[in-house]
Ligand binder design. Structure first.
Ligand code: GCO
Ligand code: MG
Length: 408
């Protein structure tokens, strides 16, 4: 069997998604997600210009061999663009292999370790009353666990509350010519650190002690600030505190661990096992957060999860709206199969996105299941995808009150 074509499809049914479609000489197709929010076209070029020519004529059944050839063969290793491109190939090849076997992907990964996949949803509000309403809405949708984010008094636009993604800057008066520029958000760490305990106290007092609660600090704190936050919120018994410090500094979490037992999650921007080595070897985290889409695919993520399991670390795969249903499906198969599963983030997609990517996975009573369709269980409606072409969009940038740029 040989790969005869490899097409890169860019579509924007509400936000941009990049999908790789591989076709074999026997007509079997496989899909992979290569969406890198705000830098989509860099991955498109990496795939179209540098990867597709290498794939044509190769045997789609040799997944590990192809992965190693793309990773080692480029010489320039790692990085989000490279690893998103390799991820798309890896997942498309697993899709093909599972279709050939006539089995859903999770069966090739060892079969189901559980009956269904627990999720968490996002609740947010500009202030505490709005947040409490949002938590109620998520609970009504069946979510068994909820991530809570609020505005911070004195700040105008804060991560997780205002829809900063994929907005044409015109809405903010920043369109100075035909360019679309990033939305600007503002930040003040001292105000944030004062506010979060008040928010969590209000949520606990409204919903009681049992609801699993999560919170995302989105890489904004210094080691000292992170340690303080983790210690201060300890009475609220979080399921996890996410991305406390910027991802580059693995040793930052040592200080946090010395001062707190709050469970820690990190890794949505990591793209290889090397980003995790200190964190895993020293037991500095409780959950690994990488997505199939940004970590080179199912093959390396499975290896990461097995490595993390040796330190009793569990998984919490990144599942925002900017992971396409293709990337989400691959994640759900993996979640079902691995032993050290923790929780799956699930934000769902717009109805139009669900029509462009028809999927076998289901979301029922807050739990996901990948379905029994052979492969990963996603079909791409290429005509509908083409009717919604790429829209230029950036992620927001974050500024401190003095105008300097802070981590977003
Ligand atoms: C999360 C993430 C997302 C990212 C987004 C960037 O925990 O879901 O932090 O909200 O910001 O995926 O593209
Ligand atoms: Mg996050």
């Amino acid at each position: 069997m040989r790969i005869v074509s490899a097409d890169v499809v860019v579509t924007s049914p509400g936000r941009n998604f990049v999908t790789l479609k591989l076709t074999t000489d026997e007509g079997v197709t496989g899909l992979g997600d290569a969406t890198l929010n705000g830098r989509e076209l860099a991955v498109v070029s990496y795939l179209r210009d540098h990867v597709v020519p290498l794939l044509i004529g190769t045997d789609p059944q040799r997944i590990e061999h192809t992965w190693q050839a793309l990773y080692r063969g480029a010489y320039w290793r790692r990085g989000p663009v490279t690893m998103a491109a390799i991820a798309a190939v890896d997942v498309a090849l697993w899709d093909i292999k599972a279709k050939i076997a006539g089995l859903p992907l999770y069966q090739l990964l060892g079969g189901a370790s559980r009956d269904r996949v627990r999720t968490y949803g996002h609740a947010n509000g500009r202030d505490i009353p709005e947040l409490l309403d949002s938590v109620r809405a998520r609970l009504a949708e069946g979510y068994p666990a909820v991530r809570v984010q609020t505005g911070v008094p004195g700040l105008q636009r804060v991560y997780g509350v205002h829809d900063g993604t994929a907005i044409a800057a015109e809405a903010d008066g920043q369109r100075i010519d035909q360019r679309v520029l990033p939305v600007e958000e503002d930040w003040d760490t001292a105000g944030y650190l004062r506010h979060v305990p008040e928010v969590l106290a209000a949520v606990r007092s409204e919903f009681g002690p049992e609801l699993p609660l999560l919170h995302d600090a989105h890489h904004r704190l210094s080691p000292q600030e992170a340690a303080r936050l983790a210690r201060t919120v300890e009475p609220f018994d979080l399921f996890w505190l996410e991305d406390l410090t910027p991802a580059e500094n693995q040793t930052a979490l040592r200080l946090v661990r010395q001062h707190s037992t709050t469970p820690l999650a990190i890794g949505e921007v990591f793209n290889t096992v090397h980003d995790y080595r200190t964190l895993i070897d020293e037991g500095l985290i409780d959950y690994v957060r990488s997505a199939v889409t940004h970590f080179g695919g199912v093959s390396p993520l499975r290896k990461l999860f097995d490595y993390a399991a040796q330190q009793q670390i569990r998984t919490g795969i990144h599942g925002p709206e900017d992971i396409s249903p293709v990337g989400m499906a691959a994640a759900i198969h993996l979640d079902l199969a691995i032993h050290n599963f923790g929780i799956q983030e699930y934000s769902g997609h717009t109805p139009l996105t669900e029509r462009v990517f028809r999927h076998a996975y289901t979301f029922t009573d807050g739990y996901l299941h990948p379905g029994e369709q052979p492969g990963i269980g996603v079909e791409l409606d290429e005509e509908l995808a083409a009717a919604h072409p790429y829209v230029p969009a950036y992620l927001p940038v974050n500024r401190l009150l003095d105008g300097s740029v802070h981590d977003w």
